[in-house]
Design a protein around this ligand. Sequence first.
Ligand SMILES: C[S@@+](CC[C@H](N)C(=O)[O-])C[C@H]1O[C@@H](n2cnc3c(N)ncnc32)[C@H](O)[C@@H]1O
Length: 239
Amino acid sequence: MRPPAERQNLRLMRAMFHTVAPRYDFITRAFSYGMDRKWKRTGVQEAALPESPVVLDLASGTGDFSDLVRSVYPRATAVAADLTERMLGLARARGIPDAVCADAGRLPFRDGAFDCVFVGYGLRNFRDLRASVREIERVTRPGGLLVSLDFFLPANRLLRRLYLAYLYAQGVFWGVLLHGRPRVYTYIPDSLRSFVSIDDFSSLLRGNGYREVEARSFILGGIGLHWAAKNDLSSRAAP
Ligand SMILES: C[S@@+](CC[C@H](N)C(=O)[O-])C[C@H]1O[C@@H](n2cnc3c(N)ncnc32)[C@H](O)[C@@H]1O
């Protein structure tokens, strides 16, 4: 049985993403000025996976990472997992049949089941970041990868404040325009406020079962793309 605070958090997450699901893909492109797909594609292409990889697209939303993995690796098996049924319905409608309702904190997969776990804008929303990273590490095979794309706090303090204010204003703009509700998209700066920087996340990975970590920064440290190997990163082919 989960503690009440954890259940409440999962309920709120589900309700929020249930509301935004139909507009989610549009808003992701709008927030990133169309760069989001390119960042995700870089994440997939530079992961250099085996020819027929088995991958988990965690916090999949509508299944962007699954879709890209299948376009780069036509023989891949991609499993999408998300907390919100409405998101999973959109993923299935997009032709991603393996779409499973699951909480990142307790994944219903065996140890070492995946060659790679992709997480797009997910880690920031997980209640316990460290525990979720450990759970991701558990379901990754030794030598397998974690690839994460997310918002991060810029290391520079002034930049951090400007970035949060900018994301808040952008959230209000789109919330009012698309839903008539200013707070619908302000969860992005809200969840980011207590999150970490790109470098801090790299350190967290190193301390939780990942020996090799590479990170790329976009938008002055506001967006980060991480590749982390559970074992030996040197076995990855050069991009
Ligand atoms: C910002 S969306 C990201 C969607 C997609 N990965 C992308 O890159 O566009 C975050 C997703 O995480 C899911 N989520 C939030 N908390 C979760 C949890 N504890 N376990 C699994 N999924 C979760 C939400 O339902 C939502 O679909």
